[in-house]
Design a protein around this ligand. Structure first.
Ligand SMILES: *Cc1c(COP(=O)(O)O)cnc(C)c1O
Length: 387
C-alpha cells in the first residue's frame, strides 16, 4: 500500500528516464510522451540547454530570499516584459499561485484607486484556475469544490460563450473577467479572436480588468501567448506550466495601470523567483526566442493538424473534432476517451484526458515530423481497433 495520500487515480507505470519526446519505463519500454507533464516540458525531457543550465546554476546559488535583489529574476522579468504586453512580473511557483496573485492584483487595483466596491471576478463554466481555495471557487467546478466549503466569495459565473448572460452578470461590483484563452482542462476549447476582442471592448466600456489565464496554453500556439493573434492586450496574465520547462515556476504578468496597488509587503513568496528557478526560466526563453522557433511551432502544428484531420475523415465515428492551435491539441472523441487513451498506451503512446470526452495532445515544442507521424500512426491504429 502506498503511503502517498490518495489524491490521484494513478496509472500503474513509472519512468526512469526521459529524452526529448520519449519516456523510458522502469521495465525498459519506450513511450512517445504527448503528456509532457501536462503541457509542462515544453522543450521535451532533459533538453541539453536546460540540463547544462541547472547543473551550472546548482553549483553557484540555489536560493536567496526576496528580501534581496535577485539578478536572474530581474533578467527574466525584463525579457518577459520586453517581449509582451506586460510592464511588471511577479514570480510564483505554480499556476494556482499565479491565478491567485491575479485575483489579488485586480482587487487591490480598485481598492487603490478608491473603488473598493469593485472586487468580484467573473468566470466561465468549465474553467480551471487551480486547486487553492480561491482558484477552486473561482472555477466553481462541483467535482473539485465538493466538501471544501464554505465557498470562497467574490466570484460570479456565467455559461461559456453566452454573451447575453455575461453582459447581464456584470454589475458595479465587477472588477475583472478571468478566462483561459484556451480552456485546457475544460477540453481544449479555444476562445475565438473575435470573442477575445469583444471581451476587451466590454472590459474597457465597463471599467473592468481582463485576466487571461495562459497557464496551460502560453508558448504552445506558435505565438508567445495564445491571445496575441487577437491583437489585444489584457491587463493581467498568469502563466506557469510550460515556462519552467518542467521546473516548478509560475508568474503573473501585469500592465503598469494595474500594478499601482502592489506596493512593498502586499504580496510575497518564499520560493517564488529564486535563482535556480530563474536560471531555468531564462534558459527556456533562450530557446523559445531563437529566430524562427515559434514560427516552426506553427508549421509543426499545421503538419500535425493535417495528419489528425486525415484520420478524423477516415474514422468520422471515432473522432468528432480536432481542437486547438499549434502544439496544444484536443481530440473530441465519439468513443470513450479513457478507453482510447488506454489503448494508445498499449501502443506505447501517452496522452491525457480533458472534459467533454477530449484527449489532449501536448507534443514538446521540439518535436519533429517523424515523431508527429509516429503519433498519427498510433492514433490511427487505435481508431481501427475501436471501429
Ligand atoms: C494547470 C492550470 C492551473 C493550475 O496550475 P498548477 O501549477 O497545477 O497550480 C491554472 N490554470 C490553468 C489554465 C491550468 O491549466
Amino acid at each position: 500500500m502506498s503511503s502517498v495520500l490518495g489524491t490521484y487515480a494513478r496509472k500503474a507505470i513509472s519512468f526512469t528516464e526521459g529524452k526529448g519526446s520519449y519516456l523510458f519505463a522502469t521495465n525498459g519500454d519506450k513511450y512517445l510522451d504527448f503528456v509532457q507533464g501536462i503541457a509542462t516540458n515544453v522543450l521535451g525531457h532533459c533538453h541539453e540547454h536546460l540540463v547544462k543550465t541547472i547543473q551550472e546554476q546548482s553549483e553557484k546559488l540555489w536560493h536567496v530570499s526576496n528580501a534581496f535583489v535577485i539578478p536572474e529574476q530581474e533578467r527574466l522579468a525584463k525579457r518577459l516584459t520586453d517581449n509582451t504586453f506586460a510592464d511588471f512580473v511577479c514570480f510564483q511557483n505554480s499556476g494556482t499561485e499565479a491565478t491567485e496573485a491575479s485575483i489579488k492584483i485586480a482587487r487591490k487595483y480598485f481598492h487603490k484607486i478608491g473603488k473598493p466596491e469593485k472586487n468580484r471576478i467573473l468566470t466561465f463554466q468549465g474553467a480551471f484556475h487551480g486547486r487553492t481555495l480561491a482558484a477552486l471557487f473561482a472555477a466553481n467546478n462541483p467535482k473539485h469544490t465538493e466538501g471544501f466549503g464554505p465557498k470562497v466569495d467574490g466570484f460570479d459565473q456565467v455559461p461559456f460563450a453566452d454573451e447575453k448572460a455575461l453582459k447581464k452578470a456584470i454589475n458595479k461590483n465587477t472588477a475583472a473577467i478571468m478566462v483561459e484563452t484556451i480552456m485546457g482542462e475544460g477540453g481544449i476549447k479555444v476562445v475565438p479572436d473575435f470573442c477575445i476582442k469583444g471581451l476587451r471592448e466590454l472590459c474597457d466600456e465597463r471599467d473592468i480588468l481582463l485576466i487571461l489565464d495562459e497557464v496551460q496554453c502560453a508558448y504552445r500556439t506558435g505565438n508567445f501567448f495564445a491571445f496575441e493573434k487577437s491583437g489585444i492586450n489584457p491587463d493581467i496574465v498568469p502563466i506557469a506550466k510550460g515556462i519552467g520547462g518542467g521546473f516548478p515556476l509560475g508568474a503573473c504578468l501585469v500592465n503598469k495601470k494595474v500594478s499601482v496597488g502592489m506596493t512593498p509587503g502586499t504580496h510575497g513568496s518564499t520560493f517564488g523567483g529564486n535563482p535556480l528557478a530563474m536560471a531555468v526560466g531564462n534558459a527556456v526563453l533562450d530557446v523559445i526566442f531563437k529566430k524562427g522557433f515559434l514560427e516552426n511551432v506553427k508549421e509543426k502544428g499545421k503538419y500535425f493538424d493535417q495528419g489528425l484531420n486525415k484520420i478524423k475523415d477516415k474514422y468520422p465515428k471515432i473522432i468528432g473534432e480536432i481542437r486547438g492551435i499549434g502544439l496544444i491539441k484536443g481530440l473530441r472523441m465519439l468513443v470513450d476517451n479513457v478507453e482510447f487513451i488506454k489503448k494508445l498506451m498499449d501502443h506505447k503512446m501517452l496522452t491525457i484526458k480533458a472534459e467533454e470526452n477530449v484527449i489532449r495532445l501536448f507534443p514538446p515544442l521540439i518535436v519533429n515530423n517523424n515523431e508527429l507521424d509516429e503519433a498519427i500512426e498510433k492514433i490511427e491504429k487505435v481508431c481501427k481497433e475501436m471501429s
